[in-house]
Write a protein that binds this ligand. Structure first.
Ligand SMILES: Cc1cc2nc3c(=O)[nH]c(=O)nc-3n(C[C@H](O)[C@H](O)[C@H](O)COP(=O)(O)OP(=O)(O)OC[C@H]3O[C@@H](n4cnc5c(N)ncnc54)[C@H](O)[C@@H]3O)c2cc1C
Length: 423
């Protein structure tokens, strides 16, 4: 596995060409994409090991195409079932609509897999050269030191300082890099959820479907990971925070209490088969980026993944978009960073890097903005506590929105291949 150097206090200046802040899904995928085209990068990750919070993540075709471009897609197809159907029920257990993914428009096969986050991170990290990820490296601030050369200083909590020519902020929803750029913090949307991964050592009874249930101010879902594992979540309306102090026992008790709102006992069955270490509670946040996308580029520093477009999880696209960013950023940087200094050109290398990052943000904006807006709307309607909206949703909107013509449109996005594949 690509790994770590101990981030002990050193207050030394360390020079690197490309630094990625944040070793989550997006940051690791970007480091791997850069590595595949022969570009070295260093990932600064605050945790002391790979941080796989959240048990599972659903990846749609657009994300699987990214994993293919990185050369690691097939292992996910071997380990995780492809979900074939999407079914929606109401709280009373009545089936409102259903859709076979293979019948949806777009190039086949469509894919939807609930994969284990730990496995995803390990698969990405495992392909990186040793030393790429510097664990225990919490970035506290950054500053531009030499504007003419584009060098940026990155300050770590332990006192060390890195100098980098390109800085990619993949540091998640509470991004230090985004804060430095003056972006608004991701805000609460009034929804809280508990997720878990149930384990049935002798196999479970569920088919390869998403069983999605919408209710009044609550919703839940169940999806098969593989023959023995089930990913589930239960969400409800709540503006509260402070979830970190809740123990796993309390989370389980709270999830069981919330499951009583559902006629079907399936969610309860999953909760009861979930090991305590697989419960997690999350407060949902987002930021709708109405500003000019170029505000996300300062010199040769930019943002990507959740740091750039923190999105509600209602369409399961936040992680998929972070993966897309990794490839698309690499495609933009590759020609600039491999061209070498061009003495004929009046434009310095740092300026060319800046322009590549600006192009990246401009090209990403429409997709990430529209998905963030759409995802928020889905959450508001699917979890409305208003009787009128619930009625409209269950009798009209759900049957209509599960139209096979459009249902998977947002997953058809194809990042394409990397310019070269060196390793
Ligand atoms: C409840 C829930 C369910 C979701 N379900 C799905 C789903 O089914 N499908 C999907 O595609 N997406 C889903 N998402 C969204 C998905 O989890 C995120 O979009 C994805 O994790 C973003 O990846 P990232 O690498 O940008 O950020 P993150 O995964 O948040 O990684 C950021 C990394 O940066 C590190 N970091 C942060 N600050 C610093 C610092 N100052 N210095 C150094 N390191 C730092 C963190 O430790 C972390 O490792 C869900 C999100 C939630 C909350």
């Amino acid at each position: 596995m690509g790994s770590n150097e101990d981030g002990k206090a050193s207050s030394q200046h360390i020079q690197e060409k490309i630094m990625i802040v944040g070793g989550g899904i997006g940051g690791l995928a970007c480091a791997l994409a850069l590595h595949r085209v022969g570009l070295k990068s260093v990932v600064l990750e605050q945790s002391d090991t790979l941080r796989a919070t959240g048990n599972c993540i659903t990846l749609w075709s657009n994300a699987l195409r990214v994993l293919d471009a990185l050369g690691i897609g097939e292992q996910f197809r071997t380990l995780y079932h492809n979900i074939l159907e999407y079914e929606i029920f109401n709280q009373q257990g009545k089936r409102l609509a259903g859709l076979v993914l293979a019948e949806c428009d777009g190039p086949k096969p469509h894919e939807l897999r609930a994969v284990e986050r730990r496995f995803l991170l390990e698969a990405l990290a495992g392909q990186l050269p040793p030393g790429t990820i510097r664990f225990k490296s919490r970035v506290t601030s950054i500053e531009k030191s030499e504007t003419s050369t584009g060098i940026t200083d990155i300050h770590l909590q332990d006192g060390s300082i890195y100098n980098a020519q390109v800085v990619l902020g993949f540091d998640g929803q509470k991004s230090v890099v985004a804060e430095w750029m003056g972006l608004k913090k991701a805000e609460l949307v009034g929804q809280v959820g508990i997720r878990g991964m149930a384990i049935f050592p002798n196999g479970h009874k569920f088919e390869d479907k998403v069983y999605y249930t919408v209710g009044k101010g609550t919703r839940s879902a169940i999806a098969a990971v593989n023959d023995t594992k089930i990913y589930w979540f239960i969400l409800w309306n709540d503006w509260g925070e402070g979830y970190r102090s809740t123990s796993p026992e309390q989370l389980k008790a709270e999830a069981l209490e919330r499951s009583k709102a559902y006629q079907s006992r399936d969610i309860e069955l999953c909760i009861n088969n979930t090991p305590l270490e697989h419960f997690i509670k999350s407060t949902i946040r987002h930021r709708i980026n109405t500003m000019d996308p170029t505000t996300q580029v300062v010199g040769t520093v930019t943002l990507a993944g959740d740091a750039s477009h923190p999105t509600t999880p209602n369409m399961g696209q936040g992680g998929c978009m972070a993966l897309e960013d990794a490839i698309l950023l690499t495609k933009k940087l590759y020609p600039v960073l491999t061209e070498g200094p061009n003495t004929d050109s009046p434009v310095a290398e740092s300026e060319r890097i800046h322009l590549a990052l600006v192009e990246f943000q401009q090209e990403r904006h429409d997709r990430t903005y529209s998905l963030s807006v759409q995802s928020h709307k889905v959450g508001v309607v699917m979890q409305s506590a208003w009787s009128v909206i619930c009625f409209y949703r269950d009798w009209y909107l759900i049957p209509k929105s599960l139209n096979p013509k459009y249902f998977l449109n947002h997953t058809l996005f194809d990042v394409g291949k990397l310019p070269i594949q060196l390793s």
